[in-house]
Design a binder for this molecule. Structure first.
Ligand code: 3HC
Ligand code: NAI
Length: 707
């Protein structure tokens, strides 16, 4: 065996050169890997003993892409597109043997090879769009030559990998290996090629995918229309379409130049910087101080108390992860309701073809229900999701304290209530933690793990292990009113309400924030979630609200009319029977006018940019307060929370990354400007003031925080 570089080796076996990439954990295509591959291809190509070449990954996967950590640094030769070209130009047949996740640049290497074989469990994909990029090593030019436009666009625009079976069907693979022994299958495939005298088959010279140009162009037009409504200001999806369009119209080399230029343009953009930040932030959020001090407890039997909106959704998330769950409700009727809510989700999945009837039955087979808490006697972890009422929750925790064994983790899904108080009320506060799921709990990726004062380290570590099992992105939060996410929401929503009272309409605010990249504006979200929830919270907090705090009553006036949003057919918007998108409501505008008149406010105009700036400044400032209080460990934890739980556009990297891109001093300047109207609300966070004074960024704070 020859070492080609520190992580690529070459072995020759019966005339077949096997080039193996061994760069754990995901065989990313960093400089040394590219150097090794280029050298290996050159050696194998020039060696008269070698009749065919296999490219394969050691460990768990074929290369899962370019090394994303290199993206901030100047590119170093050999560049990946050139490595791919040398593979395609090799005079001997090159076979890519794929297993694990052949993604991004890894998949592009496979496309440049002359033949492709994959393990049956392999996943193939081009996830660059999730990083604000496009395939930049020939993917946009080679894949459509094999498959036509539709499969290529679907893979590149969704970023979602496909199975080996699907890849075979669309013409990307030559063979799927079912034996589980990919190296042997690849060797046999290579020997067969040699015996058959098979020739090289450069993908760039193929044109199968261009056979039906009408279908090719129709696929482009159709995806473009969809993007125009859904891609909300993003650059890379449109560049992908441009490249696919060009692939069928210009010579290969010119297409490659176009792809390269588009890739470099996207790489230099704030959008890709934001998305790359989000990629690493999501993974770093799982790094918590407790991890070095404790191991997770077993999590085999889970319980949920409450089968309402959240309890049922959490139960589905648990069942989807293949775990059993016991649901407790207060009476048989409520339990039946909870079970039906769970089953309905699975039924819909079956109807949409996302799940088979047998899978649904198996999931429901793992569901158990009871009205007697004794059914939780053998649970490892119980999640309470009953009404948002401290007295009710305290009763539930007292029962859980009695029926569960010591060591059972007792979690609350409370949105705002003090988990320290809940913990203090029972005999083993060390087992109590907050697990704040988001609605719908089986879909939303975020899990805020709220860490009360007395919790044991192994309980915190177990909560993160649970999140991983459930496929959630977990963020560690401290105890305060609303934790990270809801506390920030309360603040930026106030900024929006102030703008409404001062002259903007809720519709203009929603539109301005959609233009920023949010899927929905705050008033649409309020109508979707139900205005009654926030109303109840406001009433609960009214006695402790500081008298000097500016309070906007518009939402209360709307709720007093029973207009709670979609579920009542009216909220900020009016909803026709069964409609999910609302229309503007002149009566709401009249209520707003009355409230302004009552306070003697002369409405003024707001530009969309000012709306965005104020909303973001309020959000970032509260984020800084949360950091200063230690509620969030790092700015990146706030970014992950807002992206995965609150619809913040991922391509903007999260509010704290956005603050760095705009410039912390610019945000501070805006806060000081707004503070002239309302010094209390717009008081700049000391942490932000200090950062600006020392010329630091929020990202410096990410790096400085040792975990
Ligand atoms: N570059 C650098 N590091 C990477 C990486 C990459 N492409 N992919 C994963 N990693 C790192 C992760 O940051 C993580 O590091 P950590 O342990 O220090 O936190 C480690 O590898 C393991 O990753 P995961 O925790 O994500 O492991 P999973 O098993 O859950 O997932 C995966 C594996 C599906 C490969 C997932 O890591 C993934 O989706 N990676 C990104 C794939 C991707 O986006 N590829 C395209 C890159 S862009 C490109 O190729 C451009 C080209 O067109 C020119
Ligand atoms: P819900 O009203 O839909 O469900 C509550 C359920 O708890 C009801 O089915 C009720 O019968 C049951 N219940 C009440 N007392 C009980 C008891 N003593 N024993 C067993 N069951 C009991 O409420 P929802 O929306 O599911 O909220 C539950 C919790 O989740 C609250 O703390 C809420 O703040 C929190 N939450 C809610 C979110 C949402 O969007 N709805 C989001 C995140 C958290």
């Amino acid at each position: 065996m020859t070492e080609l570089s520190q992580n690529v080796s070459l072995a020759i076996n019966a005339g077949v050169a096997v080039i193996t990439v061994d760069n754990p954990p995901v065989n990313a295509l960093g400089l040394a890997v590219r150097q090794g591959l280029a050298k290996g291809i050159s050696l194998a190509g020039g060696d008269p003993e070698v009749k065919a070449v296999i490219l394969i990954g050691a460990g768990r996967t074929f290369p899962a892409g370019a090394d994303i950590r290199e993206f901030g640094t100047p590119p170093q030769a050999p560049l990946l597109p050139d490595v791919c070209q040398s593979i395609e130009d090799c005079p001997k047949p090159v076979i890519a043997a794929l297993h694990g996740t052949a993604l991004g640049g890894g998949y592009e290497i496979a496309l440049a090879a002359h033949y492709r074989i994959a393990d049956a469990a392999a996943r193939l994909g081009l996830p660059e769009v999730n990083l604000g990029l496009l395939p930049g090593a020939g993917g946009t030019q080679r894949m459509p030559r094999l498959t036509g436009a539709a499969p290529a666009l679907d893979m590149m625009l969704s970023g979602t990998p496909i199975s080996a079976a699907k890849a075979l069907e669309i013409g990307v693979l030559d063979e799927v290996c079912d034996s589980g022994d990919l190296p042997a299958a690849a060797q046999a495939f290579a020997v067969r090629l040699i015996l058959e005298g098979a020739l090289v088959r450069p993908t760039s010279k193929l044109g199968t995918g261009f056979a039906d140009m009408a279908a090719y162009d129709a696929a482009i037009a159709e995806r473009l229309t969809r993007l125009q409504s859904r891609a909300r200001g993003q650059k890379s999806p449109f560049k992908i379409v441009d490249c696919i369009k060009a692939a069928a119209r210009v010579p290969f080399d010119e297409g490659m130049r176009l792809e390269r230029a588009a890739f470099m343009e996207c790489l230099a953009s704030d959008q890709s910087k934001g998305m790359i930040h989000a990629f690493f932030a999501e993974r770093q959020a799982a790094r918590i101080p407790e991890a070095s001090r404790a191991k997770p407890r077993p999590l085999n039997r889970l319980g949920v108390v409450g089968g309402g909106t959240m309890g049922a959704g959490i139960a589905v998330a648990i069942l989807n992860a293949g775990l059993p769950v016991t649901m407790i409700e207060r009476d048989a009727d409520s339990l039946a309701h909870g079970r039906a809510a769970v089953e309905k989700v699975f039924q819909r999945n079956v109807a949409k073809g996302r799940m088979s009837a047998a899978e649904k039955d198996a999931a429901m087979g793992r569901w158990q229900g009871a009205t007697d808490y004794a059914a939780l006697g053998d649970a490892d972890l119980v999640i309470e999701a009953v009404f948002e009422d401290m007295a009710v929750k305290q009763q539930v925790f007292a029962r859980l304290d009695q029926v569960t064994r010591p060591g059972t983790i007792l979690a609350s899904n409370t949105s705002y209530l003090d988990i320290n108080t809940l913990a203090a009320g029972i005999s083993r506060p060390g087992d109590v933690i907050g697990l704040h799921f988001f609605s719908p709990a089986n879909i939303m990726k975020l899990l805020e793990i709220v860490v009360p004062a007395k919790v044991s380290d192994d309980v915190v570590v177990s909560a993160f292990a649970l999140a991983k099992k459930l496929g959630k992105v977990a963020v560690r939060a401290g105890v305060c009113d609303g934790f990270i996410g809801n506390r920030m929401l309360a603040t930026y929503r106030r900024a929006a309400d102030y703008m409404v009272e001062d002259g903007a309409s809720p519709y203009q605010i929603d539109a301005a924030l959609r233009a920023f990249g949010y899927p929905m504006g705050p008033y649409q979200v309020s109508d979707l979630a139900g205005g009654d929830i926030g109303w109840a919270t406001r009433k609960r907090k009214a006695p402790t609200r500081p008298p000097e705090e500016r309070y906007v009553e518009i939402a209360d006036r709307i709720c007093e009319r029973g207009w709670f949003g979609q579920k009542t057919g009216r909220g900020y918007y009016r909803y026709d029977e069964g409609a999910r998108t609302g229309v503007e409501d002149p009566e709401v505008l009249a209520i707003i006018d009355q409230e302004r008149a009552k306070k003697g406010i002369t409405p003024r105009t707001f530009s969309d940019a000012e709306i965005q700036n104020r909303y973001l400044a309020a959000m970032i400032n509260e984020g800084c307060n949360i950091l200063a209080e230690g509620i969030a460990l790092r700015p990146l934890d706030i970014d992950v929370t807002l992206i995965y739980g609150y619809g913040f556009p991922r391509w903007r990297g999260g509010p704290m990354k956005y603050a760095d891109m705009v410039g912390p001093e610019v945000i501070l300047g805006r806060l000081r400007d707004y503070a002239r109207e309302d010094p209390q609300f717009w008081r700049a966070s000391d942490l932000l003031v200090d950062l600006v004074a020392e010329g630091s960024s929020l990202d410096d704070l990410n790096k400085r925080t040792e975990v």
